[in-house]
Design a binder for this molecule. Structure first.
Ligand SMILES: *[C@@H]1O[C@H](CO)[C@@H](O)[C@H](O)[C@H]1NC(C)=O
Ligand SMILES: *[C@@H]1O[C@H](CO)[C@@H](O)[C@H](O)[C@H]1NC(C)=O
Length: 409
């Protein structure tokens, strides 16, 4: 069990969040697990390191956001030459927190959604938010600047995701299907409240949908919110959350070194993941985790504390300057067009996307989403389950096909 002293709790929380999101973290019990993070990571492009080797055509695209960040997008098509001749409708895959576009290609081509969609004839586009390995750089800021990390999921939604959708829409001249996981669903829901974005989207499939976090049930997370870990990190002057940095590695090593059973920790945070392939952990760790910002972390914690789905809260004075009001404006889910088809897939063992919060989201939507409930799925199963195709992907593809009949055979 966790010790209750705050410094330990701080460190334990960091690793817990890291573990919960990297979709991998069933570390060996003997504490050497995190040393994997020291390995040189594949710094080739995402296409070259993960997609070409499996025999799939893949091209790299670079776009620039309104606030000056450079984002990498990958476009993947089928390994089958006949299917390539007639490109299907575009699908954008939007990853979650501490992950990047590689998340959709980490298992075999028969198990991974990115490859499966390509082989089903979709024109697959892979999103990578600012700060991740595949989206680096800014017109004027460097990664060393604290301003470079001055963003939360609000900017990821309104600038990064919106720009990606806009780019794909203008290149393909076709409305875009979206798949989001976890933070990718927060981004999608926020972006879809913007009419100019929604009109470029054909339909969206949201895996582990999150907008409200008020009822997050994990005692562990609740305790960390109570000790104000997010504010502590910012107060320590940490702006980039990078678990591959020296302090991140030291932290992980010290936590997993006999103090905590890291294996149980994953379960206690995300819920039990039914279909995780333990023999692939080292491979997952070549890619995950990716950096995010401390401000993003703080914004997520604000959502848990306040039970709102709102813009970043700067405090009364700066809110007045930024937003012209004392409280940050809420994202109004009822602004998502009723005509926009939604599929929402959620898991019975997902401790991060609570059912009560999910019901709250549903109530605010004008439309009635198609629901997929997977009783034994935990938070990371939605990305790396070895049986995801039968459990989920086949239904997801059927859903997209039913809304894109004209263009998909
Ligand atoms: C601990 O991990 C090391 C390296 O990963 C491995 O060689 C060793 O067999 C493990 N020991 C136990 C007791 O599992
Ligand atoms: C699990 O991963 C290993 C190593 O990559 C692979 O050989 C095996 O087929 C995978 N198991 C399943 C059930 O996919």
């Amino acid at each position: 069990m966790m010790a209750a002293s705050p410094p330990f709790a701080v460190a334990a929380f960091l690793i817990a969040f890291f573990l919960s999101k990297i979709a991998a973290a069933q570390f060996p019990q003997n504490s050497t697990g995190t040393s994997n993070l020291h390995l040189p990571t594949p710094y080739q492009s995402l296409c070259a390191s993960l997609i070409h080797p499996s025999g799939y055509p893949c091209s790299e695209h670079k776009i620039q956001t309104r606030d000056g960040y450079f984002l990498g997008l990958q476009r993947v098509s089928s390994s089958n030459v006949d299917l390539r001749a007639q490109p299907g409708p575009p699908v954008l895959l939007q990853h979650g927190l501490f992950m990047a576009g590689d998340a959709w290609f980490l298992n075999s081509p028969e198990q991974s959604l990115g490859f499966i969609l390509a082989d089903e004839g979709f024109d697959v586009w892979v999103g990578n938010v600012r700060g991740t390995r595949w989206s680096q750089g800014h017109i004027s800021l460097s990664e060393e600047d604290k301003e470079y990390w001055d963003w939360s999921w609000q900017e990821l939604a309104l600038y990064d995701l919106s720009e990606m959708i806009n780019h794909i829409y203008s290149i393909t001249n076709s409305k875009v299907f979206i798949v989001g996981h976890s933070q990718g669903t927060i981004m999608s829901l926020a972006a879809l409240t913007q009419p100019d974005v929604a009109e470029m989207v054909e339909a969206a499939a949201l895996l582990c949908p999150i907008s409200y976090l008020e009822h997050i049930s994990t005692q562990f997370v609740i305790r960390m919110v109570d000790v104000h870990l997010d504010q502590m990190i910012l107060a320590m002057g940490i702006h980039q959350l990078n678990f591959r940095s020296d302090w991140g590695i030291n932290l992980l090593n010290s936590i997993c070194d006999g103090h905590v059973d890291c294996n149980d920790l994953l379960t206690s945070i995300t819920g039990k993941n039914c279909c995780f392939n333990n023999s692939r952990v080292d491979f997952y760790l070549d890619y995950e985790p990716h950096p995010s910002s401390a401000k993003n972390f703080h914004h997520l914690f604000q959502m848990i504390r306040k039970g709102t789905f709102s813009k970043y809260d700067y405090g009364i004075l700066k809110n007045l300057i930024e937003y012209g009001q004392l409280k940050p404006p809420a994202f109004d889910l009822s602004l998502i067009p009723k005509s926009l088809p939604l599929l929402m897939a959620y898991g019975g063992n997902d401790a991060l996307a609570d059912v009560e919060d999910f019901q709250h989201t549903l109530k605010e939507l004008q439309s009635t989403p198609q629901l997929v409930y997977l009783e034994n799925y935990g938070h990371v199963d939605f990305i790396v389950s070895t049986t995801a195709k039968e459990d989920l992907h086949d239904q997801l593809i059927g859903f997209f096909r039913s809304w894109g009949k004209s263009s998909i055979s």
